[in-house]
Design a protein around this ligand. Structure first.
Ligand code: COA
Length: 158
């Protein structure tokens, strides 16, 4: 049976729901792994029972994805934590508030599961977006091979 929060519809016909790892691939590939093999869209931990994949649909078209992985960051607080991975909005839908809505949905799901901290390795270009969503930078910028500069960002969930 679906838990109420496993499915959410907003006033403008956006649907947020939990999807399978493979359903994230079209957007992961186009936005985060463009020009790379499809196999590069599979992330470690995708198939774990504790991992959650969020899909956002507009009129049945997938427009955004995000993945939530049960993982602590040893440089942050030692509390129940999830890592946000594979956050991407279809290019023609960026800048319309969808990313922020996915983050809000992710935080709601995690709060229901009593998760206390959400963190991510934020691409440098996405730092202002995460700051706008209430996330704080931690530590220095570091390089992820073949992807580019990133920084750890986090938010405590209540
Ligand atoms: C980063 C990304 C997920 C953001 O989603 P989005 O739908 O484009 O962002 P939103 O429209 O929800 O933006 C939310 C808020 O952040 C602000 N914001 C977003 N990007 C910003 C930027 N580069 N600089 C300043 N503010 C920014 C918006 O102005 C908006 O502010 P408001 O709520 O006050 O109006 C999306 O653009 C994307 O997929 N980018 C390419 C892939 C990527 O970088 N993913 C993140 C990997 S860590």
């Amino acid at each position: 049976m679906l838990h109420s929060i496993d499915f959410m519809t907003t006033h403008n016909n956006l649907v947020f729901k939990l999807i399978s790892p493979k359903e994230t691939y079209p957007i992961r590939h186009a936005i985060l792994r463009a020009g790379k093999p499809l196999a590069s869209c599979k992330f470690d931990g995708d198939d774990l029972g504790t991992t959650l994949h969020i899909g956002t649909y507009q009129n049945t078209n997938l427009v955004g994805v995000a993945t939530l992985l049960n993982a602590k960051n040893t440089e942050l607080e030692d509390v129940v934590s999830y890592q946000l991975r594979g956050m991407a909005i279809r290019e023609d839908q960026q800048g319309k508030g969808l990313g922020k809505k996915i983050i809000n949905y992710a935080e709601t799901i995690l709060q229901e599961k009593h998760v206390l901290l959400l963190w991510m390795n934020a691409r440098e270009s996405a730092i202002p977006f995460y700051e706008n969503c209430g996330y704080t930078k931690s530590g220095r910028i570091f390089d992820i091979q073949k992807v580019g500069p990133h920084v750890v960002m986090f938010k405590k969930l209540k």
